[in-house]
Design a protein around this ligand. Sequence first.
Ligand SMILES: Cc1ncc(COP(=O)(O)O)c(C=O)c1O
Length: 418
Amino acid sequence: MRRFTTGREAALALRPDEPVYCFRPRVLTRDVKTFLEAFPGKTAYAVKTNGEPFVVETVAQAGVSSFDVASRHEFETVKAVAPRAEQLYMHPVKAVSDIRRAFESFGIRTTVVDHPDEFEKIRLVVQALDLDPASIGLFVRLATKGHAAYELSKKFGAAPGEAVELLQRVDRAGFRAGICFHVGSQVEDIATYDAALGLAAQVRRQAGVTLHGLDIGGGFPAPYGRDPRGPDKSVPDPAALVADIGRDVARHGFDDVELVAEPGRVMVARSLSVIVRVLLRDGKRIHINDGIWGSLSDSWTGKITLPARLIPDPARRRRSGDPKRLDDFRICGVTCDSVDILSRPFWLPSTVDTGDFIEIGHIGAYSLSLRTRFNGFYPDTFVEVEHAFEDDPDGLEGFATVETWGEQPREAVAGEGS
Ligand SMILES: Cc1ncc(COP(=O)(O)O)c(C=O)c1O
């Protein structure tokens, strides 16, 4: 990968007409280490968040030795870049052939169920391979409720009564029983974890089985953009959040079991930005060369405001508007699909025009993994960048408002709301 100090430097040097991803290994390493140092249990990076081999490898080099995987392709990715790492196969509904492959070819010994028929699939594979059930950790996934940008209990998770029965079944068959939940992604209300832990404690009491593990899933929020006219916002600092959750874990009586977390977004969101180009400005609408079928579907479905920095094209000599005035621009994606319009605006100087570049920050989570080839557009160019997105020392002409972790929000560069 070519190296640059900032995304701006890359944009001006390359003048790309296709999106260019700026990967920040130093930021990724820092964010991974922050989580690892704060979390008192086993940290399994959720590969679905960003499964690019160079990302998974950097996560492993930063000290993660367990990975939450969901598919055969993810088993292979992890094995290729971190062959000695432990893999936890935490997809609740699996193909029998994949369960077999996980146990037989990848040495996986931890998985999950949320339905008796799924348990039966696993029991039969274990029997067919002549494995000792006591060598396998089998988590029962509990459905939870809470406030998150993504609520993920609509599809997966057993109701408390079903979870009690499943735990007893798992235990009777000789597996090492555990409870897991996933409260959703980009959790907005931290009390969500406390409520889920309370439910898990109730299920554990009713099941009356020996519990070997508690997996609290992912969901830890990352900082994104903010509406400059809206209230100052900050997301909880991951270290403080994890310390809070640790106290809740103890309060609900789980300090005697192995604790696991499956963070994704909180580790990788800040490690990538994407440089896009304005293909056309039409009043308050801006057409860019990326969109929801490219790198930006996470912001669309999660209604997440992304921090965006204008990098004016120096070749454009004349502009109208006030560079200090910010406007909210509606962002149209590059495909012919009329759904391809972001659900949140970008806040940009009113001078933005056709041919300019925009660096969109904090897109490391659920961007590369959700790209499609729709209409033949498939962003796939990468450069390496040294500075964090919010630390662009030359960012004077652009604008980006960024939430911070536990501090006052900062403005990467000068600008005022109109
Ligand atoms: C089971 C499970 N674990 C972990 C994650 C990672 O979540 P996040 O990126 O919000 O930390 C997900 C994502 O949806 C998931 O489904």
